[in-house]
Design a protein around this ligand. Structure first.
Ligand SMILES: Cc1ncc(COP(=O)(O)O)c(C=O)c1O
Length: 550
């Protein structure tokens, strides 16, 4: 977020005072002198950052909300630089949307390096608010997912606003998080839906989406499902030639085709959905066959789709977008190009890069303009991000239930384990992908602990792979993290669980499913899904019946 303020401004100064700065004018000059505030004469401009000092540089992350961030900015600078208006550090400033340098008119010796990263999962409001965390736990208990409405809306708007090309219809890949309250928010933000199953279609319809706004991409297919979709007027995205035949039998006259462009890219090999080793889509060398089968079945191919992976490198995404557009030219009835999702989110501040929305949006819009010029008409541009909208919107709260140690052996110095009352049943990503999730512990007694130690954070399941702090290699190697001393009863806040955690949850070990709370835009807390019960777990068993007579 970039805020313009006059260089002398009482309102700003009073906000600084509220944020704990006794001498606002000195503080302003310190920021100005270090390139954090910089702008045309008479105006200063500051991006609102959450800062931390690493390797002698200030790393700052642009985040959402001005007053909150201002307070964090002030605190970080005061704590970490022992606030001295004359400090000088080297600077490189990058904004979330724009890679141009800020403060670059200052001599290099006076610049502060400001690395700005957007869509950081640790920016969830609860991740830094111990009091609210404890209040929520007191009222709703653990384990509990807590989702933040503002984060979803902000991410949705950023996608919407970064593309100038029209017509443009972003779809929310609702497999990422399918709770009705979230679907509603996304609908209000003007997104359409990418559904992967008939139940996702129904959940979207119940959330108020129109059939024409839903697009169906499912790897498996039955005549019954296809017939229902066709009757409802939902566009089916066929991912195999067999599906085109089946769709013909279901009476469709239009379809889209998911094509495998021959290469893909994902945050890891399990989330790569393109190339010869991917099961997804119709391989690009079989386009002629796909076209003939569609024609034989009286189906017009009106859409071409590719989705190359999740957590993709954006330069690969843009490269494969060109391949998809080339393939799309082979379909004369084309109305829609859907380029999939997979946009990156920052789980690990030290390793992950954010999404360069502005550069990406400009490149995509320019390609679409050029594509329209080449084919002589405009087609509807669609994309289908899931993770980008919701990953940072969710945290998982759990309670430390045991802290124990193991002795050293020839391979390790032994470990400190914290066992929390959640596990891979509520966030499977670390065990499935070696995924990193930021974790912190809130002391239950509200008193911070002086001594820090390395801990392995493990779940409560009877399953040895039920560990949250593992290496990215995904071979189950433990990766302890240093936390202030953790005691039984402390609350674990795990960030980044908005995408593919709640939606991949299970009842393994017959554990009850967690409750889900929404922090509404107003700050009001709403239970959007109640905690599971033993009756929920056993309902289908209790309703089972003996059909030997039939
Ligand atoms: C076809 C398709 N579209 C969109 C997505 C969403 O990906 P992401 O959540 O990484 O944006 C996926 C994820 O697997 C997918 O398979």
């Amino acid at each position: 977020m970039l805020v313009r303020i006059p260089s002398r401004n009482h309102r700003f100064d009073s906000r600084l005072r509220q944020a704990g700065v006794a001498t606002p004018s000195l503080f302003r000059s310190a920021l100005l002198g270090n390139g954090l505030l910089n702008g045309p004469s008479g105006q200063v401009e500051y991006a609102v950052y959450d800062c931390h000092l690493r390797d002698g540089l200030i790393r700052a992350t642009e985040t959402g909300e001005e007053p909150r961030i201002l307070a964090v900015l002030v605190k970080s600078l005061q704590d970490q630089l022992h606030f001295n208006p004359n400090f000088h550090l080297p600077v490189v400033a990058r904004s979330r949307h724009n890679s141009s340098l800020r403060g670059s008119n200052l001599p290099p010796s006076q610049r502060v390096t400001v690395m700005i990263k957007g869509n950081r999962v640790s920016d969830h409001p609860l991740y830094r608010d111990d009091q609210l965390t404890l209040q929520i736990v007191e009222k709703y208990h653990t384990p509990t997912y807590v989702f933040d409405e503002k984060t979803v809306r902000m991410n949705a708007r950023e996608i919407m606003n970064s593309i100038a090309y029209r017509p443009f219809h972003p779809r929310y890949a609702c497999k990422a998080l399918t709770i009705g309250a979230i679907l509603n928010i996304v609908r209000e933000e003007g997104f359409w839906i990418d559904a992967s199953s008939i139940n996702e279609v129904d959940r979207a319809l119940r959330a108020g989406f129109k059939a024409a706004e839903i697009y169906y991409t499912g790897e498996g297919a039955t005549l019954e499902v296809y017939s229902t979709l066709v009757q409802r007027g939902i566009l089916v995205n066929c991912t195999s030639i067999d599906q085109i035949r089946l769709l013909g039998r279901a009476g469709a006259t239009r379809c889209s085709l998911r094509l495998n462009p021959g290469e893909g890219h994902g945050a890891n090999h399990k989330t790569n959905t393109g190339g010869p080793s991917s099961k997804h889509g119709i391989y690009f060398t079989q386009i002629d066959d796909a076209r003939s089968v569609a024609a034989e079945n009286g189906i017009k191919v009106v859409g071409v789709h590719s989705h190359i992976g999740s957590g993709t490198d954006l330069s690969r995404w843009l490269f494969i977008k060109d391949k998809t557009l080339e393939m799309a030219k082979r379909f004369p009835d084309l109305e829609i190009v859907n380029l999939g999702g997979g946009f990156p989110v920052i789980y690990d501040d030290d390793k992950d890069d954010g999404m360069p929305l502005e550069g990406w949006g400009n490149a995509l819009s320019a390609s679409m303009d050029e594509f329209s010029r080449q084919i002589g008409r405009k087609v509807d541009l669609q994309i289908e991000p899931g993770r980008f909208l919701v990953a940072g919107s969710g945290v998982l709260l759990a309670e430390a239930q045991a802290v124990k140690t193991t002795d050293p052996d020839e391979r390790s110095a032994g470990y400190n384990f914290v066992i929390v009352n959640t596990g891979l049943n509520h966030n499977i990503r670390p065990s499935l992908y070696g995924a990193f999730h930021p974790i912190r512990f809130v002391p239950r007694d509200g008193v911070s602990r002086a001594v820090s130690k390395p801990y392995v954070v493990a779940g409560y399941l009877c399953e040895s792979g039920d560990v949250f702090t593992v290496t990215a290699e995904n071979d189950g190697t433990l990766a302890p993290r240093v936390f202030p001393e953790v005691r039984v009863g402390d609350i674990m806040v795990m960030a980044g669980v908005g995408a593919y955690s709640h939606s991949m949850k299970s009842e393994y070990n017959s554990m009850n499913l967690p409750a889900s709370i929404l922090i509404e835009e107003s700050g009001h807390l709403r239970v959007i899904e109640r905690r599971g019960t033993l009756d929920d777990l056993m309902r289908r068993e209790l309703e089972a019946y003996d059909d030997t007579s039939s």
